[in-house]
Design a protein around this ligand. Structure first.
Ligand SMILES: [Fe+2]
Ligand SMILES: [Fe+2]
Length: 166
């Protein structure tokens, strides 16, 4: 257990490094659009390094148990964000008339229930012996197992927006 002040600092460092990771990937995408591939490459390289930092900080905050426990924890987490946290955030975004945030929260809430179902399958030992492909919607994070959908069932994105998970 870290002392409180250090724990807070590690948490802040984790959040900021995780933000930098995402920000630099957005910068890289922009540089690619502006036909500056070497700058995009640089942003992705530094993003990878910030990813190392955020993982390292996170390792000070949380430990990893065995896979059965991890599946259970991941399932509980998805269930909580679907049932409690995102609904509350959605309601507050609607009250604030923040349409963009409301859309993102409502789709994230819906997607998390699908994530929970995928974990449930694993917990019920339905996938361990089988090789299953997964496809992730690049817009909302919906995950399809086995087949690439024509359109995302949550956000409607075309199949070209999906990425196969290696
Ligand atoms: Fe999720
Ligand atoms: Fe989607």
């Amino acid at each position: 257990m870290l002392k409180e002040r250090t724990a807070n600092n590690v948490h802040t460092a984790f959040v900021e490094e995780a933000k930098a990771y995402q920000r630099l990937h957005m910068f890289a995408k922009k540089a690619t659009e502006e036909e500056l591939p070497q700058i995009a490459h640089l942003f992705r390289a530094i993003a990878a390094a910030e990813g190392v930092h955020s993982r390292r900080h996170f390792g000070l905050l949380e430990s990893v148990a065995d896979t059965q426990s991890n599946l259970d924890r991941a399932f509980q987490s998805e269930t909580a964000v679907n049932g409690i946290y995102y609904p509350k955030m959605l309601q507050e975004a609607e009250e604030d008339d923040e349409q963009d945030a409301a859309l993102v929260f409502s789709q994230a809430r819906d997607v998390e229930s699908f994530h929970a179902k995928l974990y449930k399958k694993a917990l019920d030992h339905l996938i361990a012996q089988r090789s299953t492909d997964y496809y992730v919607c690049g817009v909302c994070g919906y995950v399809s197992d086995s087949k690439l959908p024509d359109n995302c069932p949550v956000c409607g994105a075309a199949s070209t927006k999906f990425e196969k998970v290696e």
